[in-house]
Design a protein around this ligand. Structure first.
Ligand code: ADP
Length: 236
């Protein structure tokens, strides 16, 4: 990942930040009018919470890609060989994303084909990889679609496969989805929002911990992301 953001990328991002900010301001203004019943007020609070979380994620993504390689490797050194249980983390993020999946009637199925697997990647970094790829599998899915998450052990690595029944990615675009700011023609056409940074960040993290990330897809049918990470500890 290159160390600098160009001006046009920064402009795009700043432009994208306007949507959640405008929405938050609009709903606060509505609440200030104070002529709504409790149910309506709660629904406004929920929208403000969702939009604020979206805003924070966008800001964190931009901060991540604007950090230099030296800053990142310094941070990796201070992490002191932290590790985490991959199965526990997957269940945690699937639970966090359940409201988004329910909204689109999407079923998420987790299949753990192994015991307790620990990877030598800190929880905060695993969170960035998993939330982004699982969220994409929901976001780019069809209504009432399915997401399958399979975890297995292969030698000294854990393999996580995240498969969806969604819009898919055209073969000529497959190589580009890990590029910073890249958004496929389908996602733009369908007006699905995003910054095009999530997969670039996921790849950067996976590779900096000695892992690998790959994608296979059939346009209009399905997509599968395969992540491998080195195992630090394994309990049957
Ligand atoms: P964002 O989702 O914010 O646009 P990402 O970096 O996460 O950014 O993804 C880059 C692009 O790759 C997306 O805009 C989308 O076009 C495509 N993509 C990612 N995941 C999927 C998926 N599961 N199915 C179809 N397309 C996907």
């Amino acid at each position: 990942m290159s160390d600098n953001l160009d001006l046009s990328s920064v402009t795009t991002i700043v432009h994208d930040l306007k949507t959640p900010i405008t929405s938050i301001m609009g709903f606060i203004e509505l609440l200030q009018k104070d002529d709504h019943d409790e149910e309506k007020r709660q629904s406004f609070y929920n929208i403000i919470a969702t939009e604020s979380a979206r805003l924070l994620k966008m800001v964190n993504d931009v901060l991540y890609v604007s950090r230099t390689s030296e800053q990142k490797s310094k941070e990796n050194k201070t992490e002191n060989n932290e590790s985490c249980n991959i199965g526990v983390q997957i269940h945690k993020y699937v639970k966090e994303l359940a409201p988004l999946a329910e909204k689109r009637n999407i079923n998420v199925d987790i299949n753990m084909n192994a015991g307790n697997i620990y990877v030598s990647v800190p929880e905060s970094k695993v969170a960035r990889i998993l939330t982004n790829i699982i969220e994409n599998a929901i976001k780019y899915n069809r209504e009432s679609g399915k997401v399958f998450i399979d975890v297995s052990e292969e030698g000294s690595s854990v393999i996580i496969r995240i498969r969806d029944t969604g819009v898919g990615i055209a073969s000529e675009e497959l190589d580009k989805v890990f590029d910073k700011f890249y958004r496929s023609s389908t996602s733009k056409k369908m007006n699905i929002d995003g910054t095009g940074l999530g997969l670039a960040i996921a790849k950067d993290i996976v590779e900096s911990y000695g892992g690998e990330i790959k994608v296979e897809s059939e346009l209009g049918k399905c997509t599968e992301f395969m992540i491998s990470l080195p195992i630090s500890k394994f309990e049957e």
